[in-house]
Every structure is written in structure tokens, then in C-alpha cells.
Design a protein around this ligand. Structure first.
Ligand code: NDP
Length: 232
């Protein structure tokens, strides 16, 4: 079965839909927004809460069996320039985007190692490699995912568990809408393909890395960014 954190909307929901189309039974977590009724097991859990993480795994394992695919997608932004950034904005983003992902990956890895099979996909960002003014907390968290995934990839490789990062550029979701139309227009102008991605285009990359066909790909960062990052 496949577990997607933050699967109530945006990229997470698109991943859940595509993984279900690929034949997985799917569970999604969410913080506040209930996902649409589409046959997924939906569990409310804040990724910052360690006890809730344990409860999520107990419930999905009981209902759907062991987690063979984890998509650690839940993420937030709290943008401001470093000189104005408060401790809470820094901690909130690191706790959600990096520590939350580590928590779910750690728990998923335990059963994947036993099964001698697994796919962990972290949803990072092009910003984790390029940086972005006003997003030091987010860039640090997303860069952290790259190091986390590569360390974990090395730890789990002999058990045929792969660990990878998908790094989207600008994706048309509520998260990006928060930055405002003017900023979105500036970002899009810098994208070689001249447009945002649809969430389903990111999901396509996630579903590929989660598939049996991607069994020899581990420790990679796959950009889905219309050429914005060009591999960096
Ligand atoms: P959305 O804001 O549309 O969705 C975010 C999802 O994460 C929601 O399901 C939300 O749940 C959930 N979530 C947020 N905080 C928590 C939490 N503490 N615990 C559990 N769930 C939580 O964002 P996107 O779909 O755009 O983003 C998904 C991922 O993609 C993020 O990691 C983001 O950083 C990354 N990304 C997005 C890009 C973009 O341009 N949109 C570009 C690059 C990366 P709820 O609805 O209940 O709040």
C-alpha cells in the first residue's frame, strides 16, 4: 500500500490519485483540510506530532497492510527575509518540512527493511538546491531532505529499499498562490518552459520513482521544474 502525507490537496492529492490508478491501495494524511471522498483511507495527523505518526502507521497497517510506498509530501512555507524571520517561522518550517518527513520515513523504513522492498519519495523543491531570497527556512528544510534521502538511501540500499527526492519548481497549487500573483508571474518568467507545472506532472515523477521499474534508482534528485534548475 502507499501512504502520502499531506494528501488532502495539491501535489499530495495528485500523487494519491495516480498511485491509486497504478493499483495501490492508498492512505493519505492531512492536518486540517479533509481530502475529497475518493476511496483513500484518510487519517488526520500533524506530521510534527510523533505520537500521531505512530497512530497513523498502526491504523493504515491494520486497514491496508504494510506500507510499501511512502510519499513524504506534507510541507508549508513561512516566507520572510532572514533579518526579519522569527524563531517560530524557522522552527515551524523545519519541523514540518524536514523533521516531519524524517519521522515518517523512519517509521516506514522499519517495515520496508523487514519486507526487503520499499520506495520512499520525498517531495523537495528546486529551492533546496538554488536557494531563494525570503525562503531561508524552506530552502534549508528542502536541502536537508536531499542529505536525509542520500544517507537513508545508503542505509537501506542492500534491502532493495530506494529513497529519492522529487524537486518541483513552480506548481499550480494553493501553496504557490500564497506568494501572490506578482511573485508567481516573476517566477514563471524565469522558467524556461514559461509555465507552472500541474500537480499531476509532479505526481507522474513520484509514481515513476515509486514503481517497480525504478528499482535501481536511489539517492537521486529528480527535478520537475520546466528547466528552472537544469539539474542543480
Ligand atoms: P498545499 O499547500 O496545496 O498542500 C499541502 C499539504 O500538506 C496539505 O494536504 C496540508 O494539509 C499538508 N500539511 C501541511 N502541514 C502539515 C502538517 N503539519 N501535518 C500534516 N499535513 C500537513 O501544497 P503543495 O501541494 O503545493 O505542496 C506539497 C509539497 O510540495 C510541499 O512539500 C511543498 O513544499 C512542495 N513543493 C510545492 C511547490 C509548489 O510550487 N506548489 C514547489 C516545490 C515544492 P492541510 O490541507 O490540512 O493543511
Amino acid at each position: 500500500m502507499a501512504l502520502v502525507t499531506g494528501g488532502s490537496r495539491g501535489i499530495g492529492l495528485a500523487c494519491a490519485r495516480l498511485l491509486a490508478d497504478s493499483g495501490h491501495s492508498v492512505a493519505v494524511t492531512y492536518r486540517e483540510t479533509k481530502p475529497p471522498e475518493e476511496g483513500f483511507l484518510a487519517v488526520q495527523a500533524d506530521v510534527r506530532d510523533a505520537a500521531a505518526c505512530e497512530a497513523v502507521f498502526s491504523e493504515v497497517e491494520r486497514e491496508l497492510g504494510p506500507v510499501g510506498v511512502l510519499v513524504a509530501n506534507a510541507g508549508i512555507t513561512r516566507d520572510s527575509l532572514v533579518l526579519r524571520m522569527g524563531e517560530d517561522a524557522w522552527a515551524d518550517v523545519l519541523d514540518t518540512d524536514l523533521t516531519g518527513a524524517w519521522r515518517y520515513a523512519k517509521r516506514a523504513a522499519a517495515s520496508m527493511v523487514r519486507a526487503r522492498y520499499g520506495r520512499i519519495v520525498f517531495v523537495g523543491s528546486v529551492v533546496g538546491l538554488s536557494g531563494a531570497a525570503g525562503q531561508a527556512n524552506y530552502a534549508a528544510a528542502k536541502a536537508g531532505l536531499v542529505g536525509l534521502s542520500r544517507a537513508l538511501a545508503r542505509e537501506l540500499a542492500s534491502r532493495q529499499v530506494t529513497v529519492n527526492v522529487v524537486a518541483p519548481g513552480a506548481v499550480d497549487t494553493e501553496l504557490l498562490a500564497q506568494v501572490g500573483q506578482k511573485r508567481v508571474a516573476e517566477i514563471v518568467a524565469s522558467v524556461p518552459m514559461g509555465r507552472m507545472a500541474g500537480a499531476e506532472e509532479v505526481a507522474g515523477a513520484v509514481a515513476f520513482l515509486a514503481s517497480p521499474q525504478a528499482g535501481y534508482i536511489t539517492g537521486t534528485v529528480l527535478g520537475v521544474d520546466g528547466g528552472l534548475g537544469m539539474g542543480h
